[in-house]
Design a protein around this ligand. Structure first.
Ligand code: PLP
Length: 432
């Protein structure tokens, strides 16, 4: 395949996500992938430093996942999930209930992070509705991101991504975790007023909001207040699930478990789309009734897809292995060393690590945040070093697949340090 051909055919028919085609930089033509590496049609190799949008855990084309997919494809590729069931979906459900924190009872499948969140919000609101309670207020955190569908956008922070739709989004009370006492007082009074249906949060780290690691103590206090009022707590573990922050789920390390957990991305190690909204038995029982209007009338064509579920089972087995835990610890230790070096650089602030996530803020003299042109310079520089990174504006971050080798990890870290030290910043450094 000639690269120029592919790029020009792409230009004529494809509309890419989060992409301004009038000014977007060069498109990468990816031909194949293996382990932590992506290969362009030219043969050029790039380390997948962001796990293909935070989802690849065990490397591209892992043989166990390929085998699970192939065997399942031959046996049963897909069947509707209303009125039908099958072994992979049930076995995965059993495994998820076993590994997720708290007392989870039922698994509702869909196919991406946004739909997992939509399902959670609808579940929470209808749970109250089925009890004859019309409360509909959702509480969320400022700086949060829960996806791009309307409900998920409503719950997320308002700003650049949501502006054209703001008048269409339902009202959500956003609390600022950086102002803990104010956030605690607000949630207390909102809950006391009896209007709050649910509190949704990305536990410990806000991903798209800028890899913002926030106070565990404040989150635990917010959850505890909600619990004391019977408000449904929804943990959006779409990014944090499956070991990203260290433990299997970020919520596993919190004092109190949520009532509903949204998972996707790492569920299939980023190979095929699948997500799940997992809830306590108490939430599920709120829908069980001879009264048909209490039914959860929600579903998607590919709900519970058997191939995806089989891959997820194989991926979970790998994630629970000692080897995977050791790899996550190895990456975290190397990240911490790298963050120490980054912290000494004048262009860097807030170098931070949580599990296998490393991030830092690059000085942003124009104050443009997500729209900072640093991203374009950075992407070009990292490519020249054989690394794929996609900064969030002036926030440079990496979260590699757990299978990344020591040599690849060293190359990834060195490129981040060299970039921030000035190699990739050019004239920008003179403004510091
Ligand atoms: N929730 C969180 C925390 C996310 O990070 C994302 C995506 O990055 C989503 C939801 C939306 O997931 P998807 O892009 O699969 O719709």
């Amino acid at each position: 395949m000639k690269s120029d051909d592919l790029i020009s055919r792409d230009k004529s028919v494809i509309w890419h996500p989060f992409t301004q085609s009038a000014i977007e930089q060069e498109m990468l033509d990816i031909d194949r992938a293996s382990g932590a590496s992506l290969f362009l049609t030219s043969g050029e190799e790039l380390i997948d430093g962001i796990s293909s949008w935070w989802c690849n855990l065990h490397g591209h084309g892992h043989p166990d996942l390929v085998k699970a997919a192939t065997n399942q494809f031959k046996r049963l590729d897909h069947v509707l999930f209303a009125g039908c069931t099958h072994e992979p979906a049930v076995a995965l459900g059993e495994e998820l209930v076993r590994v997720l924190p708290g007392d989870m009872g039922k698994v509702f499948y869909s196919d991406n992070g946004s739909t997992a969140v939509e399902v959670a919000l609808k579940m929470a609101i209808q749970w109250w509705h089925n009890r004859g309670d019309s409360r509909g207020t959702i509480v969320a955190l400022t700086g949060s991101y829960h996806g791009d569908t309307f409900g998920a956008m409503s719950a997320g922070a308002r700003g650049l991504f949501t502006k054209p739709f703001d008048q269409m989004l339902f009202q959500v009370e956003h609390l600022d975790v950086d102002q803990p006492e104010q956030a605690i007082a607000s949630i207390e009074s909102l809950c006391a007023a009896g209007k709050v249906a649910a509190f949704i949060y990305e536990p410990l780290i806000q991903g798209a909001g800028g890899m913002r690691i926030y106070s565990r103590d404040t989150l635990e206090r917010l959850i505890d207040i909600c619990k004391s009022y019977g408000v449904i707590c929804i943990a959006d573990e779409v990014m944090t699930g499956f070991g990203r922050t260290g433990p299997l789920f970020a919520s596993s390390s919190l004092k109190t478990a949520p009532d509903i957990i949204c998972i996707s991305k790492g569920l299939t190690s980023g190979s095929v789309p699948l997500s799940a909204t997992v809830c306590s038995e108490e939430i599920f029982q709120g829908f069980v009734s001879r009264e048909m209007t209490h039914t959860f009338f929600h579903g998607h064509t590919y709900t519970g897809n058997p191939i995806a579920a089989s891959i997820a089972l194989a991926s979970l087995k790998l994630t629970e292995s000692d080897e995977c835990a050791a790899n996550r610890a190895r990456i975290q230790a190397a990240h911490v060393k790298c963050a120490r070096e980054l912290s000494a650089l004048p262009a860097v602030s807030n170098a931070r690590v949580l599990g296998t996530v490393i991030a830092f803020d690059l000085l942003d003299p124009e104050g443009k945040g997500y729209l900072s042109s640093v991203r374009d310079d950075a992407s070009r520089f990292f490519r020249s070093r054989g690394v794929l990174l996609r900064p969030l504006g002036n926030v440079v971050y990496a979260l590699p697949p757990y299978c990344i080798t020591d040599e690849q990890l060293e190359r990834l870290h060195r490129s981040m340090i060299d970039f921030a030290a000035g190699d990739g910043l050019g004239a920008r450094l003179t403004t510091i």
